[in-house]
Write a protein of this length. Structure first.
Length: 377
C-alpha cells in the first residue's frame, strides 16, 4: 500500500503525523511518503521533501519561495514515478497541492483532499477545480460539508484532529511553578504564529500590548509559545522589551494555552487549540499592505478567526491589519482579565465550538476513508 501525502505548514505536519499513524495501524504494510516535517517522520512517514523550507503566507510573499516550491514539487513527482502511489492525500496548502493533484489525476491516482483549504472563504470559483481533481474531500469543520455538497464535490465530515491531539502535558499550576511563575497570578499567552514572516509582523505589537497590560496589571505574567525551527532574531523584540516574569516555551503550545487566562494569538490553527482549552482569546493578523488590499476584495466572509466562523458569530474579538494595534489588543485582553462576566460568556461560546468540532477519532476516520478510496478496506 502506497500513500503519497503532502502538507505545507506546521499544523499540516501535525495532522499528517496523526494520519500516518492511523494508516499504518490499519495497513501495517503501508508506505506513507511525501512532503512533511518532523511530526510526519516521527509517525513513520517517509519524507521526500521538508515543508519547512516552503512555508510562507501572503499572495506576494510566496514569490520568493518559487524556486524552493518548484524543487520540492519535482522531488515529489520523481518519487511518485519511482513508487507509484495508490492514493494521493494533499493536506491544505492549496497553491502547491493543486498542481500535484492535477498530475496525480492525469496518472489515474485517486485524490483524497484532507483538511480542505478554505476555498469558500475567498475565490469560491476554485470549487470547480476541486471538483475536477478530488475523488473525495475530508472536511474538519461541520459547516463545510454542506458547502461542498452544494458544489457537487464528494465530501465527508470526519471531525477535527485537534480534538484528540490537543492535550496539556501538565496542570497549569505544575507548568507555571516549574518555570518560576505563580499559579494564582493572571497569565497571558502570546502565540505569534509559526511562519517567520508572520512572527516578524505580529510579535512586536503583541509585545507592546503586553507592556500596556503590565502597566495596568503589574502582577501579570507572560508565556510566549515559540514554534520550532524559528530563528532567534525573530524574538529580539521580546528580549529588548525585557518584561519581567516572561517565559518562552518551545514545542508545548497546548500546555501554554491550558495554563493561560487569556491568549493573544495569530489567526490560524492556534485559535482552535485555544478554543479546545476553553481559553478566551484576542485574534490578530497582519500581512503586507498589497496582499491585504487585494486579498480583502476576494473574501466572501466577514470574519477571519476560525473560532468565530465555527460559532457563527463573533464570540472573540478580531483585530486585523490596521485594527491590530498594541492599544486595541491590550484593551480587549484587560477586559477579559478584569470582567468575569465577559470571560464567562466567551468560555460558554468556546464550549459550543468544541461541541461542533466532533468527537475524538478524526484521524482514524480520515484514514479509513482514504483506504476505502484506495480499495484497501
Amino acid at each position: 500500500m502506497r500513500v503519497l501525502v503532502s502538507c505545507g505548514e506546521a499544523s499540516g505536519d501535525l495532522y499528517a503525523g496523526a494520519l500516518a499513524r492511523e494508516l499504518r495501524a490499519l495497513a501495517p504494510d503501508a508506505d506513507v511518503f511525501g512532503l512533511g516535517g518532523p511530526q510526519f517522520v516521527a509517525a513513520g512517514g517517509r519524507r521526500v521533501a521538508d515543508y519547512r523550507e516552503l512555508s510562507v503566507n501572503g499572495l506576494f510573499e510566496v514569490i520568493g519561495k518559487i524556486p524552493q516550491l518548484a524543487a520540492a514539487r519535482k522531488l515529489i513527482l520523481k518519487s511518485a514515478e519511482a513508487t507509484p502511489p495508490d492514493v494521493f492525500v494533499p493536506i491544505d496548502f492549496w497553491g502547491f497541492n493543486y498542481r500535484l493533484a492535477q498530475a496525480m489525476t492525469k496518472r489515474g491516482v485517486p485524490v483524497v483532499y484532507y483538511v480542505s483549504p478554505q476555498l469558500w472563504a475567498s475565490r469560491p470559483w476554485r470549487m470547480q477545480s476541486m471538483r475536477e481533481i478530488a475523488s473525495r474531500v475530508l472536511v474538519i469543520f461541520p459547516f463545510e460539508e454542506a458547502i461542498y455538497q452544494k458544489a457537487g464535490v464528494p465530501v465527508e465530515f470526519v471531525g477535527h484532529p485537534l480534538v484528540e491531539l490537543t492535550q496539556a502535558a501538565a496542570s497549569g499550576r505544575q507548568f507555571l511553578e516549574a518555570r518560576g511563575l505563580s499559579f494564582p497570578a493572571p497569565t497571558v499567552a502570546i502565540l505569534p504564529g509559526s511562519r517567520p514572516n508572520e512572527v516578524s509582523r505580529i510579535l512586536p505589537d503583541l509585545v507592546a500590548a503586553a507592556g500596556i497590560i503590565r502597566s495596568t496589571l503589574p502582577d501579570v505574567q507572560l508565556l510566549v509559545a515559540r514554534a520550532p525551527n524559528l530563528a532567534d532574531d525573530l524574538f529580539e523584540p521580546l528580549h529588548r522589551a525585557n518584561l519581567a516574569r516572561t517565559v518562552i516555551v518551545e514545542g508545548d503550545t497546548d500546555t501554554v494555552l491550558a495554563s493561560a487566562d487569556v491568549t493573544l494569538t495569530a489567526s490560524g490553527t492556534a485559535t482552535v487549540q485555544a478554543a479546545l482549552h476553553n481559553t478566551p482569546m484576542v485574534i490578530v493578523y497582519r500581512v503586507s499592505p498589497l496582499t491585504y488590499m487585494l486579498g480583502r476584495r476576494l473574501l466572501t466572509v466577514d470574519t477571519f478567526g476560525m473560532v468565530n466562523l465555527i460559532a457563527g458569530s463573533k464570540i472573540v474579538p478580531e483585530l486585523i491589519q490596521h485594527d491590530f494595534t498594541p492599544e486595541a489588543v491590550a484593551r480587549e485582553a484587560l477586559s477579559m482579565l478584569t470582567d468575569a462576566s465577559r470571560a464567562a460568556a466567551i468560555r460558554e461560546g468556546l464550549r459550543e465550538v468544541r461541541r461542533k468540532l466532533g468527537s475524538v477519532g478524526a484521524s482514524h476516520r480520515a484514514a479509513t476513508a482514504i483506504l476505502k478510496v484506495a480499495k484497501r478496506v
